[in-house]
Design a protein around this ligand. Sequence first.
Ligand code: G3P
Length: 216
Amino acid sequence: MQIYVDSANIKEIQHAASMGFISGVTTNPSLLAKEDPSTDIRELIKNIHNTVGGHTSVEVISTDTDGMLREADEILSWFPEATIKIPFIPAGLTAVRRLSDQNIPTNVTLLFTANQALIASNAGATYVSLFMGRLDDIGTDSLIALQDTCEIWDAQGLESMIIAASIRTPIHMLECAKAGAHIATVPYKVIMQSMKHPLTDAGLDAFLKDATKIKM
Ligand code: G3P
């Protein structure tokens, strides 16, 4: 399972990327809105992509097909490597089909069920983003939706890449990998939590202390 950073914060992304295991970044309007209001969003997104180098999703905000396609064109004019992130609504699926027919990569977002993911895949989505945390927030077991999705993908041999999104805890990340998601897009905080283990820290302290007693 590949790990993306779910963030628009360049400092977080730079640090995560510097560790060598990140292969993409997903952004959304809510993440971009958390950054300094004076930020030039185009420059930020290009900077993010130059930092990580792999997948970078940029979300459209139109809710009609023509508007989404216009936005996609506009985004691709200054950032040709963009994956266009599109919400799972009927107008969005039409846009996904049109972009897919032009070989433009798409990431269909706001998916909460395996059926939605299956439909997005049939519309030509390159990536389907299934949200975990927001399902758990309303008392629905997100793991069941993800397991169903992965089972369908195996049974049908579907090609769209499954992104587990709305990841809130290290347990989510573990569950997504076990279920067979291709990618988890993980907030920086959860990446750092997932790396932390007290025995790693204590073990390193002990090694460093003992290293002072030996000659190399
Ligand atoms: O990738 C989608 C993700 O950003 C949503 O996360 O925590 O806002 O549900 P969250």
